[in-house]
Design a protein around this ligand. Structure first.
Ligand SMILES: Nc1nc2c(c(=O)[nH]1)N[C@@H](CN(C=O)c1ccc(C(=O)N[C@@H](CCC(=O)O)C(=O)O)cc1)CN2
Ligand SMILES: NCC(=O)N[C@@H]1O[C@H](COP(=O)([O-])[O-])[C@@H](O)[C@H]1O
Length: 222
């Protein structure tokens, strides 16, 4: 029996998708078996997801961006801006790697990751996946649910979706692992669309994490 996959989770907010992962591990039967959570890391100390992790006995850390912005004055677009972001990412990579995870799941982590994070993890053989509230090749970046809603109201779309994808430098363009369409027909408010999307997310994040964790365990076993 190969050893469990070790999973680190990055969050920024409520952590309902983190909770879905935790529930999947503890459900009967578990839908995310043979895995351990090494740490939950947030860029925001106020993230309720940190409390969810603590309640589940998972170690937590907070790494805020503010000290980095202070250390590198940040006239927008200056080389210093990239330095603040890159210095942050280098420290985030070290924090993640200290636990030697096999997989990192971005579960509502609201920072664009640079090569200073991606390269050390790739070198260490750590896979990174992300939950994104849009289909591959459709909307990218932050605020996709709101943008899909605006286009629905303008009659420009009747469908959106959710995907779990590999994280690469190009934001939300990494290869999809799994994705599901969300029909917007009949939605009467942004809140109703968010509810539909979150319901799909909570299942899809488990499906995506399970697929990659199984692959990781097979490779560990080899
Ligand atoms: N290099 C990559 N980094 C990240 C990816 C990715 O695919 N490649 N996925 C994101 C998650 N994400 C969408 O799924 C996302 C999150 C945040 C942003 C963004 O513009 N963030 C701003 C800050 C916003 C804020 O502070 O509220 C920023 O970083 O300047 C875009 C996409 C995780 N990272
Ligand atoms: N571009 C990334 C992005 O928009 N992610 C979104 O953040 C939310 C996190 O919710 P949670 O903190 O309750 O899991 C989720 O809706 C997720 O799709």
């Amino acid at each position: 029996m190969s050893s469990p996959a070790k999973i680190a989770v990055l969050i920024s907010g409520s952590g309902s998708n983190l909770q879905a992962l935790i529930n999947a591990k503890t459900s009967t039967p578990p839908t995310l078996p043979n895995n351990t959570f090494t740490r939950v890391i947030s860029d925001r100390a106020s993230a309720y997801g940190l409390q969810r992790a603590t309640a589940a006995g998972i170690p937590t850390s907070t790494l805020g961006i503010l000290p980095y912005k202070k250390r590198f004055p940040d006239p927008s677009g200056s080389p210093a801006f990239q330095s603040a972001r890159e210095a942050y990412d280098a420290d985030l990579a070290a924090l993640v790697l200290q636990d030697r995870p096999d997989l990192v799941v971005c579960a509502g982590f609201m920072r664009i990751l640079t090569g200073k994070f991606l390269e050390p993890l790739e070198k260490a053989g750590v896979k990174i996946i992300n939950l994104h509230p849009a289909l591959h090749g459709d909307l990218v970046g932050a605020g996709c649910i709101e943008r899909a809603w605006k286009e629905f109201e303008e009659g420009k779309r009747t469908k959106t979706g959710v995907m779990v994808h590999y994280v690469i430098a190009a934001v939300d363009e990494g290869e999809p692992i799994c994705q599901r369409e969300v029909d917007m027909e009949g939605c009467k408010s942004l809140a109703e669309l968010e509810e539909r999307i979150h319901t799909v997310e909570h299942g899809l994040i488990v499906e995506g994490a399970r697929k990659v964790a199984e692959e990781v365990r097979k490779n560990k076993g080899n």
